[in-house]
Each structure stands twice: as structure tokens, then as C-alpha cells.
Design a protein around this ligand. Sequence first.
Ligand SMILES: Cc1cc2nc3c(=O)[nH]c(=O)nc-3n(C[C@H](O)[C@H](O)[C@H](O)COP(=O)(O)OP(=O)(O)OC[C@H]3O[C@@H](n4cnc5c(N)ncnc54)[C@H](O)[C@@H]3O)c2cc1C
Length: 428
Amino acid sequence: IGMAAGDGEPVLQSKSVCVVGGGMAGLAAARELRREGHAVTVMERSGDVGGQWLYDPRTDAEDPLGAAVPVRVPSSIYACLRLITPREAMGFSDFQFLPRDGPGRDPRRFPAHRELHCYLRDFCNAFGLMDAVRLNTRVLRVALAPTSTTTTRQWAVRSVRRLGCTEDDEAQEEEEVFDAVVVATGHYSQPMLPRDIEGMGEWRRRQLHSHSYRTPEPFRGETVVVVGCGDSGKDIALDLCRVAREVHLASSSGVATPAVSRMLANHGDVLRLHPRIRRLHADGHVEFVDGSSVAADTVIYCTGYTYSFPFLDTGGAVTVSDSGYVVGPLFEHVFPPSLAPSLSFVGVPRKVPVPWFFEVQARWVAQVLSGRRALPAEEEMLRSVEEHLRAREAAGVPRKLTHNIGGVEREKVYEFGEKYSDLAPLEE
Ligand SMILES: Cc1cc2nc3c(=O)[nH]c(=O)nc-3n(C[C@H](O)[C@H](O)[C@H](O)COP(=O)(O)OP(=O)(O)OC[C@H]3O[C@@H](n4cnc5c(N)ncnc54)[C@H](O)[C@@H]3O)c2cc1C
């Protein structure tokens, strides 16, 4: 549909767009697509919006390492979690994340996880987004529709809508055709497990991924080894210190950062730092690469998450490679050159300020779909992706950091905002 154009303005197109995922990225996409005049349908597999911030006390209990794809429970948030980002930096550009009065609200600057979920609901209500959202609706397949032509692509989206409360309840499947699909399914659900630990398959005691950790209670009185010293590893180790007999933190560097040193100073009675694990022994011993070992009851892998799009059928045009760390090819981490602009991704980059970065990406997608902005030619986009990979390789940056923008080239975060959107820059 062509929209009325002002003097000298391009004729803008309104497209029907399916957004897969109703987390922070999907909601940013819905808002920006609507603002640009598109017809939006958000499909969200959970019973509410919010993505990770919809805390779920259930876990993938029958599959604690998260080997099944997709995992049954999308959220990886644990009960004690507080934001590591101050609320001032975590609001949408025109809807600040301000403290609010009311039952269950948390006015702190670094509030507990529930406060962010409340805020995302407030955001949906303020902009009437919920009428675009279909809850309990899991996307099963996204593929080019037979109606596609060489010049105009369309996408067939098959989804299943749960009619009851549990995953096993009666479900209704349907297939619809959209002009465009925005993938916003996040990358904090599908566990990444270490590949260099021997004996994981033979270990008969408890082992789980942090995706399935909620509270410390099940580990009361145990000796627990926590693998990984990232944000989750540190949080979970501290949480366990309250109830466990001993907590052994295995870090890939084996060196205490200032935060870990502080943890050791405060909890030296139960907490120990070790280098990487070499092997799990069938008798319950965990052996570290320095030759030391402990007899453990449980090993918890806080080793991050992999990209995974099991519903996406692009005939090989977009793949996940490098052990789950890289999605590609994606021009500027958003558009697959051969399928742009009708297929796009919001939320692939890591270490970026959100939701601001999601808004920039989403506004760019919305404006390219409407015709307000143009993309370079397919070959040029591909060249840009290859250049990015080559430049990173030349600088000695490991492939697993391909989508890590903020941690590797911080200035690119702001450059991206300036180049592709008219959104006000984020304050330092
Ligand atoms: C433990 C933990 C702590 C964190 N702490 C912080 C923090 O303090 N500050 C910060 O900025 N960030 C933090 N993050 C990162 C956080 O995840 C992002 O800030 C942000 O929430 C990601 O949003 P998203 O929409 O990209 O992904 P998600 O929040 O994961 O949302 C994706 C959505 O897609 C849905 N979905 C998936 N597959 C399908 C399908 N096939 N069909 C339909 N729907 C589907 C899921 O149900 C989910 O709702 C944390 C993450 C974790 C795991």
C-alpha cells in the first residue's frame, strides 16, 4: 500500500510484518514498525511479553543441560537477579524507566528483575502495543512463500497457538503470509556448553546450565563447582554462598578480577577460585588444569548462550556457524543481503546498550521497509560483511566476538545510531 506523500517526499509503503518474539527487541520493533505505518503482528511463545524479564520459576528440569532445541522455558533469569545496568540507561528513548509507586514496584536504581518486566508492560500499555501481540504463539517455521516473485518476496509463517496453560495443552496451528519478517528471538535461551572438559558424559552427579538455575535452595549443604566467571557465574556463586557447604568458581583465566577478589574477601570461608576444569571423574572428583581437584555434588555451567533459529528455513541463506557464535551473513548484524529487506534481525549484537540499540535497529528496518531509506546493493552488503570479518581477524579478535560490538569497538555503537537512524544519541 502506498501512503500519501508530502511535497518532494518519497511514496512510503505500508507492509504487513510479522515480528517473532515479544521481548525487549520485539517490542522495540513493533513500536518502530507501527510508527512508520506498517501493520504489525508480534508472535510470542510465552504467556506474556518481556522475554528474559518474564521470570519463570519452572525450568527445563528434564533437560538441565539444555541439549534440546528449542529449550522449553525461554527465560534464563534467576530469582536473585538485579539489573547490572542503571535504570536511566535502560529506558526507551521516549519512555523513561522512572521509579513508579505501586505494589510490587522497586524504585532502586539497579532494581530486581521484576521491575523491568513491569516497565515493559507499562511501555506496551502506553503505546497500545498489546493489540499487536499474540501470546502463547510459537513460530514453527518461517520460509519464503510461494507467492514470492523475483522482485517481491513474501514469507509464510507457520505458528502454533497454545489454548491451555501448559506446553502440552491443545494447540492450534496456522500458516499466514507476510510481506516481511523481523526475527527478535534473543540469544539468552539456548545453552552453550564447554567443549574442552573431558568426562561430562560419564559424570553421574548433578550438572546443569545456568539457564536452569533459579534459587540456591536445591544446593543446600552441597559442594558446588560453578564454571565461568561472567555476570551469571558471579551472581550464582554469590547466591550459593548463602547455603552451600563449599562453592568453587572455575574461571578460564584463573585470575581474580577486582569483582572476584571482593567476592573472595567477603566469602573466603566457602568460596574458592580455580582455573579451568580439565576433567570430571566418574567418582565425583572435578579436576582443574593446575592438577588440583575437589569432590563435588553439582557442576553448574555459566558458560553463556548460543544463537539458534530452529524455525528459520532460508535454504542456507542465513546460518549459525562457529559453534553457535556467529549468525550470517548479516549486513550490519541486521539484514541478510540476499533476502533484505524482507527478512531482518533485531537484537543480534552483544554488549550494546538496550533498548536504545534495538530501537535504532528497528527504526532502520521500519524505514527501509517503507522506502524512506535505501540499502546498498546486495554485493556491496556482502562485501561489507566480509570486510567486517576480515578486519576483526586482522586485529586478532576471536570469531566468537563477531557480534560483540560494545566490548570490541565501543565507538561503533554510537556510529551505528548516527548512520542508520534519526534517534537522539545515547548520553555517555
Ligand atoms: C541472566 C541474565 C541477566 C541479564 N541482565 C541484563 C542487565 O542487567 N542489563 C541488560 O541490559 N541486559 C541484561 N541481560 C540481557 C537481556 O536478555 C537483554 O537486555 C534483553 O532482554 C534481550 O531482549 P531480546 O528481546 O533480544 O531477547 P529475549 O528477552 O530473550 O526475548 C526473546 C523472545 O522471543 C521469544 N521466542 C523465542 N522463540 C520464539 C518462537 N519460535 N516463537 C515465538 N516467540 C519466540 C521468547 O519467548 C522471548 O520472549 C541479561 C540476560 C540474562 C540471561
